[in-house]
Design a protein around this ligand. Structure first.
Ligand code: FMN
Length: 152
């Protein structure tokens, strides 16, 4: 089971959460590649069984600028991930109301369109609620790791 971890971030928080997630999954014995910055070629070359995306939200529900070229290329090339799994950690701030974690939601919807299977409901990390998102992600990550171990 090869896990590829990608991230899209404005201020670095989502990158940090992704780095920590990659480390935790590696420590649990998974084969992990951390691709940064996200690139479609690198992703396809890695031939992942599972993709973990950590993505923040900017503007009014938008993806981080640095993540947009990757996302657009994925939409254009539309590589199917049939039978592959994915999960998304969305970072946002509930003070933004309806657009809370919409960046993560956009990635989630695209991966579903690409026929990947969601292995765990998206984790939404709320900047209004936490100052240590990488620690808050740990229980969810443990569940994620367990779901992979069971589907292996
Ligand atoms: C200019 C700006 C716009 C934002 N817009 C949203 C938004 O629409 N929805 C949301 O959930 N969070 C929004 N956020 C909150 C960020 O997503 C949140 O602080 C996140 O933890 C930042 O992660 P990053 O450091 O990886 O970019 C916004 C933050 C800023 C500074």
């Amino acid at each position: 089971m090869h896990l590829v971890v990608i991230s899209g971030s404005v201020y670095g928080t989502a990158d940090l959460v992704a780095d920590e997630a990659a480390q935790r999954c590696r420590a649990a014995g998974l084969e992990v590649s951390r691709i940064k910055p996200a690139s479609v070629d690198a992703l396809l070359e890695a031939a992942p069984d599972i993709i973990l995306g950590c993505v923040s939200t900017t503007g009014m529900g938008e993806l981080p600028d640095s993540f947009v070229p990757f996302f657009t290329e994925l939409q254009d090339r539309f590589p199917l991930f049939t039978g592959k799994h994915f999960a998304v950690i969305g970072l946002g701030d509930s003070a933004y109301g309806d657009t809370f974690c919409q960046g993560g939601e956009q990635l989630r919807e695209l991966l579903l369109e690409l026929q990947a299977l969601e292995s765990l409901p998206m984790l939404r990390l709320d900047a209004s609620e936490t100052v240590s998102p990488e620690l808050d992600a740990e229980p969810w990550l443990d569940q994620f790791i367990e779901s992979l171990t069971h589907s292996a």
